[in-house]
Design a protein around this ligand. Structure first.
Ligand code: HEC
Length: 158
């Protein structure tokens, strides 16, 4: 083999391996986004630390276990019951009531799943909006799209 052929073979091998290594490292940095909003929400539930406090089904749970979340929320957001809870806040924490009265009204103006979505959106932004003594951290840093995916996932917890 002539030396120029050897040199070009060696550099070809180098270029190809560099490309392979680059492709592999990029794959490591950017795992493909899960396809559906529910799968994206399930991933966010893990990487945003929700799972640290919330078991779903089996396991210890610092916060409420989120198994059966949807029927529980439906019950809690029954208009009569929710209005009673809001009247309690109005008495005990008029400052919180005044700040979030519009949000309570908006939640109650919606029906079915839309009411749960409105509540979950407000809860992620500030879990103390209707439960002033709550312990869950705020998730106001999530993008609207991340909130939407998380909610799609949470709405599967029936
Ligand atoms: C540090 C612990 C902690 C983390 C992290 C946390 N939560 Fe919570 N969560 C709580 C607690 C405690 C409550 C009960 C209400 C309260 O104290 O605010 C709660 C309540 C809830 C509820 C209402 C449950 C019910 O049955 O009424 C939902 C839904 C929820 N969290 C979803 C999430 C999601 C989604 C995340 C991540 C984006 C998250 N939580 C992160 C502690 C946490």
């Amino acid at each position: 083999m002539r030396s120029t052929t050897i040199v070009s073979t060696v550099s070809l091998v180098a270029v190809v391996s560099a490309a392979v290594i680059l492709a592999m490292s990029q794959q490591e940095q950017d795992p493909p986004e899960p396809a559906t909003p529910v799968a994206q929400g399930a991933r966010l539930f893990r990487i945003q630390g929700c799972a640290v406090c919330h078991a779903i089904g089996n396991g210890a749970s610092r916060g409420p276990n989120l198994a059966g979340l949807v029927p529980r929320l439906e019950q809690r957001l029954d208009p009569e019951q929710y209005q009673r809870q809001m009247a309690g806040i109005r008495k005990k924490r008029p400052d919180v009531y005044q700040q979030y009265e519009g949000v309570y009204t908006d939640i109650l103006a919606r029906d079915g799943e839309e009411r749960l979505r409105a509540w979950l959106t407000a809860h992620l932004r500030n879990p103390r909006f209707d439960f002033p003594e709550g312990k869950m951290p705020n998730y106001g840093h999530l993008t609207p799209q991340q909130v939407e995916s998380l909610i799609e996932f949470l709405l599967t917890l029936k």
